[in-house]
Structure formats: C-alpha cells, structure tokens
Design a protein around this ligand. Structure first.
Ligand code: AMP
Length: 189
C-alpha cells in the first residue's frame, strides 16, 4: 500500500495519538488530528479556537461545521495523498462530509483501524495523562462525558465503515509496542 489512507477509530484514551505518531514515522504519511488542530487554534486565539474552546473544556463535540472546515482544509493540502486520520470523523455528518471530500479528491479511505479498550481502563489512563500533560479536558467528569459522547455518536461509525468492509479491529490493551505490532499485522494481511 503506497501512501495509505488510514482512519484510527477508538474511544478517548485508547492510544490513537501515540499509535498515529508511530505510523507517521513508519509509513511517512501525515497524521491529521482535529484535536491537535483545535488545541492549536485555541492557543492562537483564532475564530475557530474561540468557537471550539468551551465545547472542548466540557468534553463535548465541537460543532460539525467547524470541525469539518478544519479537516477539509488540511486534507486538501498536497502532502495528504496518504494520511492517518486521528479523532475525525466523530459523527455521521462528519463521516459523510469526509466521504464526499475524499471522493472528490479521488483519495478513498483504505482501512479503518478500530481500537477497542475497556472503559474503566480508559478513564484511568486519561486521569494519568491529565497529570502529565495538564489538559483542561482531562478531569473525571469531562472524561466520562467524552466516553458517553464516543459511545453515542462515534462508535456507530464502526458499523458505517464495516458495511464497506474497511474495518480492522485491534485490541488496544497492552504496551505501546504490543499494540503497534497488532496494527502492523492488520495493515499488512
Ligand atoms: P481529541 O484530542 O481527539 O481527544 O479531541 C479533544 C477535543 O477536541 C474533543 O473532546 C472535542 O471537544 C474536540 N474535537 C476533536 N476532534 C473533533 C471532532 N472530529 N468533532 C468534534 N469535536 C472534536
């Protein structure tokens, strides 16, 4: 697969960001993380950042129109021939917008890696990450909120991509290397 187009799906704290970074190095394709882009926009105080901040602090989703705009702008850059999407799409509307754009660009998704991890493990991981990174959205209430949002709005996307036979499930429990190994295997069957 040259310049593969990958989507990492999974609940908050499943290790998508970490695994995405490893894939960036190995496959030499960019990571496209709407969470990172939105945090940068908040830090810079741009109009997008001002719109996103409140939702992010509460662990709610930023409105589709805002996130879709951010993702579409990034995906249209020339280096996005292949890519790893991390944290986008998170809703059916986002998935449909992504499909439309990728079709227009002639760059359809190759694989959706769905990472599965037990919810209590995730809450623990996220609380630990909160201590290390000091993220404003990593307190317990917000974390629970993000889990609920994931279950209700994002998890159904697995079925959406499964219909097109794009889903490869990966157990996200274990060390970074173990999980990276599992991902490597499902990407080169
Ligand atoms: P993340 O770093 O991917 O966990 O994203 C952090 C926060 O940014 C989320 O809790 C949302 O508030 C917001 N966010 C990131 N990506 C999206 C998205 N695709 N749709 C809506 N909100 C998003």
């Amino acid at each position: 697969m040259s310049a593969p187009r990958l989507l990492l799906l999974g609940p908050p704290g499943a290790g998508k960001g970490t695994q995405a970074q490893l894939l960036v190095e190995r496959l030499e394709i960019p990571q496209i993380s709407t969470g990172d882009m939105l945090r940068a926009a908040v830090a810079e105080g741009t109009p997008v950042g001002r719109e996103a901040k409140g939702c992010m602090d509460r662990g709610e989703l930023v409105p589709d129109a805002v996130v879709i705009g951010v993702a579409e702008e990034r995906l249209q850059k020339p280096d996005a021939e292949g890519f790893i999407l991390d944290g986008f799409p998170r809703t059916a509307a986002q998935a449909e917008a992504l499909d439309g754009l990728l079709e227009k660009l002639g760059r359809p998704l190759d694989v959706c890696v769905a990472m599965t991890v037990d919810e209590e493990q995730l809450v623990e991981r996220l609380l630990k990450r909160a201590e290390i990174e000091g993220r404003a959205d990593d307190n317990e209430e917000t974390i629970r909120n993000r889990m609920n949002v994931y279950r209700e709005q994002t998890e159904p996307l697995i079925a959406y991509y499964r219909k097109r036979d794009l889903v490869r499930e990966v157990d996200g429990l274990g060390s970074v290397d173990e999980v990276a190994d599992r991902i490597r295997k499902v990407l080169s069957p």
